[in-house]
Design a protein around this ligand. Structure first.
Ligand SMILES: Nc1nc2c(ncn2[C@@H]2O[C@H](COP(=O)(O)OP(=O)(O)O)[C@@H](O)[C@H]2O)c(=O)[nH]1
Ligand SMILES: [Mg+2]
Length: 336
């Protein structure tokens, strides 16, 4: 069994790239693939998205595999190996996990792993903000990476990229770096080739566990998570597009409230909406000034929908966050 870990800060494009990799590897090598998704909070969004795409997904909630869920990751791997014998397991640690710690946890796994490949994504657009938020997380990530990826390069001036490479290389000068935009399909082929190459290298000897790595709660100050699951009953039926718009606007209200309320940074705000007729919509926000990115469609006529929401933001009060979410979602279900 091989393992590919796709790590990186919240919202840096891990799930999007993971999906490309899983599809490519199952098509090209006829490999049996399983995915382990770990999200902070009680409600997972990405695992549902990936299941919609037909992948075999296990989820680990409520914490992050690099600390509290260490044991779970190992038992999930053992269970996968026993029941399904996948050729390859792709692990997406929560966006606040230190990949080095994930790697250490994996060395505690008793089963046989041929290769463990650690990829770390760095969101090119938010590079500086993430670095300012937690330099130790960035340093630790680069140190343990087999491959560093500057993601979302479509969102930055190409001339800014060499400085970001240099920043990564100043932490470790031998780390391979790729530039990727899944949005424009740039660099994705190179990424897939690189992973194939790493997977075909001779088997690795096990590395010793390093217990000295800092716990994530110490390297990501001020992170606040909130998860929520509720049903929206629109007072009158809406077209799917109209309903989607209203929900996107409600998320926008949360973003504005966060901004005014002194939030330092959005880790991610994700929502998955389903209607009883099978419609499905995913919304994603990672910045104050960019509206929700949406994927999928709701049914033609929507009277009611379930929404699952997962937010991780920095520098606000937990109770305030819960209240702002409630205040923004409540009007969707009441007549105006
Ligand atoms: N512009 C742009 N957006 C991207 C790219 N890759 C992912 N995204 C968007 O970034 C958001 C977060 O992506 P996701 O894969 O869920 O990130 P994760 O939280 O790290 O798993 C989503 O709205 C994606 O559509 C990219 O290459 N360019
Ligand atoms: Mg994800």
């Amino acid at each position: 069994m091989d393992l590919v870990v796709i790590a990186g800060f919240l919202g840096s494009g891990k799930t999007t790239l993971l999906l490309r990799l899983a599809k490519h590897l199952s098509a090209s090598g006829n490999r049996k693939i399983a995915v382990i998704e770990n999200e902070v909070g009680k409600i997972g969004i990405d695992d549902e998205t990936l299941r919609e795409e037909g992948l075999n997904v296990r989820e680990l909630y409520s914490g992050c595999i690099c600390c509290s869920l260490r044991v779970n990751l190992v038992t999930t791997l053992l269970e996968l190996e026993r029941t399904q014998q996948p050729d390859l397991v792709i692990v997406e640690p929560s966006g606040v996990a230190g990949p080095g710690q994930v790697a250490d946890t994996l060395t505690g796994y008793g089963g046989h792993i041929n290769h463990t490949i650690i990829t770390v994504l760095f969101d090119a657009k938010r590079f500086k903000a993430i670095q300012d938020l937690s330099f130790p997380l960035m340093t630790g990530s680069v140190e343990s990476a087999d491959l560093a990826v500057l993601s979302k390069i479509d969102l930055v001036d190409p001339e800014a990229l060499p400085a970001l490479d240099e920043r990564i290389r100043s932490i470790r000068d031998d780390v391979p770096i790729l530039h990727i935009s899944t949005e424009r399909d740039e660099g994705v082929e190179d990424f897939l080739c690189k992973i194939e190459t790493l997977l075909s290298a001779p088997d690795e000897p096990p590395t010793p566990i390093d217990e000295s790595t800092t716990a994530v709660r110490d390297v990501l100050p001020g992170a606040v998570a909130h998860a929520e699951s509720r049903t929206i009953r629109f007072p009158t039926a809406h077209s799917g597009a109209d309903a989607a718009n209203r929900i996107a606007q409600a998320l926008d209200v949360i973003v504005k409230r966060l901004h005014v309320g002194g939030c330092r940074m959005i880790g991610h705000i994700k929502a998955i909406v389903r209607d009883p007729k099978g419609g499905y919509l995913v919304l994603n926000i990672t910045e104050f000034d960019t509206p929700a990115q949406t994927r999928g469609n709701l049914a033609q006529r929507v009277e009611e929908a379930s929404i699952r929401l997962n937010l991780i933001v920095f520098g606000v009060d937990r109770e305030d966050l819960a209240r702002w979410v409630d205040e923004a979602l409540m009007p969707l279900s009441s007549a105006t």
